[in-house]
Design a protein around this ligand. Sequence first.
Ligand SMILES: Cc1cc2nc3c(=O)[nH]c(=O)nc-3n(C[C@H](O)[C@H](O)[C@H](O)COP(=O)(O)OP(=O)(O)OC[C@H]3O[C@@H](n4cnc5c(N)ncnc54)[C@H](O)[C@@H]3O)c2cc1C
Length: 506
Amino acid sequence: MTGNGKEIKNKYEVVVIGGGIGGLIAATILARNGLSVAVLEKNSYPGGVLSSFEKDGCIFDNFGTYIYGAGFAEPVNFLRQALSVIDVNPELLPVEPPMEVFTPDKSFTLLRDRKEFLRELNEYFPSFRRELSEFYSELEELYEILLEIPYYKPMGRFSVLKTAIFHPHLSEKLILNSFNTLNSLYKRYGFSEELKSIFNNIVAHFTLLRSYEVPAFISAYLLIGLHREGLYYTRGTNAYLVKEIVKAAQAAGVSIFTDSNVREIFVSNNYARGVILSNDRVIHADRVISNTTSYRTFTKLIDRKYLSDNVRHSYDVIENADSFFYLYLKTDKKALRHIKSPNILYIPRLSETYDKSDIVRIFIPSMIDNSLVRGKSHHCLIISTPQDVLGWKDRTHTEKKKEAMTEKILNGLNNIIPGIREASSVIKCNSPLEIEEITGREDGTFGRKMDFRQGLYNRGGNKTALENLYLAGDSTFPGQGIAMAAYSGKLCAELIIRERGKKLPI
Ligand SMILES: Cc1cc2nc3c(=O)[nH]c(=O)nc-3n(C[C@H](O)[C@H](O)[C@H](O)COP(=O)(O)OP(=O)(O)OC[C@H]3O[C@@H](n4cnc5c(N)ncnc54)[C@H](O)[C@@H]3O)c2cc1C
């Protein structure tokens, strides 16, 4: 167990379970405000979803690839805001153009210039020219509302009302649209099944949610954000972004202990008092922040007897979510000559949901940062496809299943990248089982579904039902991305600082 060469102490003011981006940012802000903070990370390295590996002259991100919410538009540039509080300033490179989409018979590029993109789409769907333009105008309006909301936190129904009362010019639009989903937007425009399927799969490519689960505001954030703010990637991999945050954390005095698995949160009289490590060591803390998902925190780290019936029930009925199968390839550049964007979405079947469409995402980080491959002749490809985790739970024949999945992906991709099999060497693959092992997320998912609409509502926020227990990470903040996980760490630290009677800004 290491912690900048320090020995782990018996007591801290704050203990953070997990060294993902959310936990590390919360820890850094708190330490900079004078608190003694320890981060306990089960792996031998921090980063969680944002970790990387090197093999055969290529550096690959394990999981997290493109970053949205990292542009410049205040206040929705969540990543830049969170990093600026701790003076971390990584080089964020634009993913340019942000996306290229292949369907069975069409391909188009999501250019930053929205007019150009719409022109391309209009060529394929001339009968929806007016509807497409109106759909985008409506999304743009929603995006503008988001830009006007003065501060962000997960919004329950009451906080939507409160925001509307304090900002009357937003009230009508905010209230009316807060209960809409992407699906309800479609109803106004009478889009064809094909067109809906394209938008559904673009949004699912970010969220793994279905159109009736995605709030209209989140759809606007993603679909308009692609053009207005774009997508980003950290020079040197997103794990490098974590390295920079770790440096800031250590400079602020945070002790980061790796290989330190928390087995249980130690609770008495409805107060979190500390944690118990796998080796039975008890570490006391005035406050505990869990950076693992809220589901895992409340179902695996806390004895059920400490939970109220309500809390127990809310986690018992929580919906399953999907995970991914990841395939990492080293591919000859010549086979990728026709590829325009480092971020590809392949929709082999135009069907309403991503599972029936069998979507495949390809991210090519070396097209953005060529230092990630040794030599100039290859690219590294991070390929992922959604998976129903039930298929992986029975751990028999896992290797055979991985081989079959690899074959299926390569066969499918041959339609858009002819000769990909011959041009590539398979570096490795990760099933939901390995994603769970590395990140500690149940079934390797984005986080189970808190509610059928995970958007502005019912993402739990940082405060929990137990006193002194807080959550930081993507299961607490709408939008479920890297930027949102980072921002949730900022909100969590600010909440604790406020509760201790100090003033913000910090
Ligand atoms: C497979 C996958 C791919 C994703 N891809 C993207 C993407 O491309 N773009 C994007 O914007 N978002 C993506 N996300 C969404 C995700 O929100 C972000 O990637 C974000 O990095 C998550 O950060 P986090 O702080 O919430 O937690 P995590 O990165 O999950 O970190 C949690 C940490 O806690 C540790 N931990 C867990 N349990 C314990 C324990 N009991 N004791 C000690 N330590 C523990 C874990 O080892 C891990 O290091 C992806 C998510 C997943 C699951």
